[in-house]
Write a new protein. Structure first.
Length: 535
């Protein structure tokens, strides 16, 4: 759609807190506009960058609505338009640019006033988009275009990684593709390393749709390292967890999955105090006499110890869990992260929530500890600029880790609340944001949201965000696929976007245009698929 050359309408009333009402010109039908469209108000001294929040049909004579013209004649409609019938739109300025700032080249700033009556509303032009959102390139990466124009809208990736962020939407809205697109931008710009917990093996290789390239196919195995719990995939780094490497805090998050009693923390810590790193091995090897002896020495309840032994036996049955491991693959991951690489941890056939939550918790807790130590050491030495490389942890099914109960004590809640000062942030991906702790949601810097049907989920996504009523209407206007609302720290003002295509050919062309060496993705994909065929 081209930009309309004539004004859309003029301001007739409004307030600073409630927004402005614009009466549309008679030749501007409501069907030519969309809620969430980017528009500009031209005041006498300022330019106001705004979004359409609502539309309304009005009449000057109430009798027209009581006795509307019969038959819906186009001639009658045209005769009444602009005199007896008219339309208004509600707009709320998001940014303003003072005339003095236009001369100095300063960017738009916060809105401090409103224009007078009859200020002209017009559609945004390409130069307005450039002025507000900047041009794509460097650390600015375009996720899509406005719904009515083909102009890339970039987000600031440096600002994005400074805080934890969220991608939300109901099932089938393309959250995984959107997450891959965002990760493509992060890896291409090299602003941070990414650690991706890939529950369904979607991020490394194009298993289902050959045109949706995996990250390894685009950037190569030299930049994206793949670890796996499933030895069948071959060619990746096999993850092995020793019972001697599991701590009680690694299991506390699994209380629901394992149906652990409330006595678990006390009993587990008694075991750890008695047997150190071998606490779980000793527990699982106990018979009834050993249990009785341990309880006599520590005062633990025999029933609680025996129940814990039976439930933790489920963990020992995982084929990636061994009795004892001397090699720490978490240290291996951290070494690659410090070298500027990116990590994908695949789960293969181990895609149950028990596997996902256990491994993600083990990895993240140790990364948190290591990053905290390094950041504090750099601060103590006054070595500014020597902090660890920034890390973004991608966490799908995030509500399982960030419920109100779990977020208060889990490492994921800690990272969401305070780890940005230690160079670690989360990218949570979820279809049920209403199940996530509100305090965590309020800490998310940028939220990218597809269609949500449940009102509780919509309210949750908008936790701590201004202009909630306006944004709620924008969310309701989204189509089921390839559209999203982005709001927050990484973008100057909220925007409805049609997300760009995530296809192999265009992404490789973009990498080559940026002089980034690409790899033979088809060869990598064929090699990956051969692992399944060999079975």
């Amino acid at each position: 759609m081209g930009v309309r050359s004539q004004p859309l309408g003029v301001v007739t009333e409004g307030s600073f807190t409630g927004g402005l009402t614009v009466r549309l010109a008679p030749d501007c039908p409501t069907e030519a506009l969309r809620v969430g469209s980017f528009v500009v108000l031209e005041g006498n001294d300022n330019r106001y960058f705004s979004l359409i929040a609502d539309m309304r049909l009005r009449v000057t004579d109430p009798s027209l609505t009581a006795h509307p013209p019969a038959g819906g004649s186009p001639f009658v409609r045209q005769a009444l338009a602009g005199t007896h019938t008219y339309a208004t739109v509600e707009v709320r300025p998001s940014l303003m640019l003072e005339n003095a700032s236009r001369l100095t080249g300063a960017p738009p700033g916060p809105v401090r006033n409103i224009p007078m009556h009859f200020a002209v509303l017009r559609e945004a032009r390409p130069e307005d988009f450039d002025l507000v959102f900047g041009s794509e390139g460097g650390t600015r990466f375009a996720l899509g275009t406005p719904l009515t124009m083909d102009i890339p809208i970039p987000i600031d990736l440096k600002a994005f990684i400074e805080r934890s962020n969220g991608i939300f939407g109901q099932s089938g809205t393309g959250k995984s593709v959107l997450t891959r697109l965002l990760l493509f931008g992060l890896i291409k710009s090299d602003v941070a390393s990414a650690l991706i917990f890939d529950m369904h093996d979607e991020y490394a290789y194009a298993r289902r749709d050959p045109e949706i390239a995996g990250l390894v196919e685009l950037f190569g195995e030299s930049r994206v390292k793949v670890y796996t719990l499933d030895k069948r995939t071959g060619g990746s780094r096999d993850v092995v967890i020793g019972l001697n490497q599991i701590e009680p805090e690694d299991i506390e998050l699994l209380a629901d999955e394992l149906n652990l009693r409330e006595t678990f923390p006390a009993v587990a810590h008694q075991l750890q105090q008695a047997f150190k790193s071998r606490w779980m091995q000793r527990l699982l090897a106990m018979d009834s006499e050993d249990v009785a002896e341990f309880c006599q020495q520590t005062g633990a309840h025999p029933g609680a110890v025996d129940a814990l032994r039976q439930k933790l036996a489920l963990i020992r049955k995982r084929d990636y869990v061994v009795e004892e491991a001397g090699f720490s693959w978490v240290d291996d991951m951290l070494r690659h992260i410090e070298d500027g690489k990116h990590i994908i941890l695949q789960f293969g056939r181990h895609d149950s929530l028990l596997d996902y939550m256990l491994v993600a918790n083990i990895v993240t807790r140790r990364i948190h500890q290591r990053y905290t130590e390094k950041a504090l050491a750099a601060q103590a030495d006054g070595a500014l600029g020597q902090e660890p490389r920034h890390l973004v942890i991608v966490l799908e099914e995030a509500h399982k880790f960030l419920t109100p109960e779990a977020a208060r004590q889990s490492i994921f809640g800690t990272i969401a609340r305070e780890m940005r000062k230690y160079s670690v942030t989360l990218l949570v991906v979820d279809q049920r944001p209403s199940s996530i702790d509100p305090d965590v949601l309020s800490q998310l810097g940028t939220r990218i949201t597809g269609l949500l049907a449940d009102q509780r989920d919509i309210d949750a996504v908008l936790t701590g965000v201004g202009d909630r009523n306006q944004l709620r209407g924008m969310l309701a206007s989204l189509e089921p696929r390839q559209q999203c609302l982005i709001v927050g720290h990484a973008i100057p003002m909220p925007m409805l976007l049609r997300t760009r295509q995530y296809d192999r050919a265009s992404l490789i062309a973009e990498l080559r245009a940026s002089k980034i060496r690409t790899v033979d993705g088809h060869e990598l994909l064929a090699r990956y698929r051969s692992f399944d065929e060999d079975e």
